[in-house]
Write a protein that binds this ligand. Structure first.
Ligand code: 5GP
Length: 192
């Protein structure tokens, strides 16, 4: 029987401001055979964000049309906006034998759990809740209401970290990147 050498789905979750974006960019720079699935969202782009690179930015109407067409593996409402993972973003990578990273929240991570054979879930945690609050304030891209909402979601998400296969604490970026790379090595070794 023909055995397809499919890649693995690697979920990365963690609260806003924990540094997922930086860690993911480092991983993508340093690892070949690893691609990021670009999510769709109805939130407005932040300064410097590019559609098709950071997200596929779209209206609520367009998002819901795609929901109707079953184009998403999962989708959720986060902080009042819709976010979803497009099936096509995963398929094109895993069928080519590469691993795909999904940067999704804890609700989305639960929904994809049963959908893939080769799946690993990693939670990025801050060194402390206070450190997270300081990072979010420094980021300064949000107004006070949005910040309060993100903090509330963050403490909910932190309560769910035990559901993940691995928890990586992002205190020193380089250490966290090294830890993530060794987790991915383990995933690759299991396949070979
Ligand atoms: P942000 O607006 O800061 O880019 O993302 C807010 C939250 O949405 C983050 O926790 C991020 O992980 C989550 N998120 C981004 N894309 C997706 C997705 O496709 N599905 C789900 N469920 N969450 C997502």
């Amino acid at each position: 029987m023909l055995k397809l050498n499919c890649g693995a789905v690697i979920i990365i979750s963690g609260p806003s401001g924990v540094g997922k974006g930086t860690l993911i960019s480092q991983l993508l720079e340093r690892r070949s055979g690893l691609k990021l699935a670009v999510s769709a969202t109805t939130r407005f782009p932040r300064l410097g964000e590019v559609s098709g690179v950071d997200y596929y930015f779209m209206s609520r109407e367009e998002f819901m049309v795609r929901v109707e067409r079953s184009e998403f593996v999962e989708w959720c409402e986060v902080h009042g906006n819709l976010y979803g993972t497009l099936k096509q973003e995963i398929d094109k990578t895993v069928l080519a034998g590469d691993n795909v990273l999904l940067e999704i929240d804890t609700q989305g991570a639960k929904k994809v759990l049963s959908q893939f054979d080769r799946l690993v879930r990693i939670f990025i945690a801050p060194p402390s809740e206070l450190a997270l609050l300081n990072r979010l304030r420094q980021r300064d891209t949000e107004d006070e209401t949005t910040l309060a909402r993100r903090l509330e979601t963050a403490s909910q998400e932190l309560k769910e970290q035990h559901l993940y296969d691995y928890i990586v604490v992002n205190e020193v970026i380089e250490d966290a990147v090294q830890e993530l790379m060794s987790i991915i090595d383990t995933v690759d070794e299991k396949e070979s």
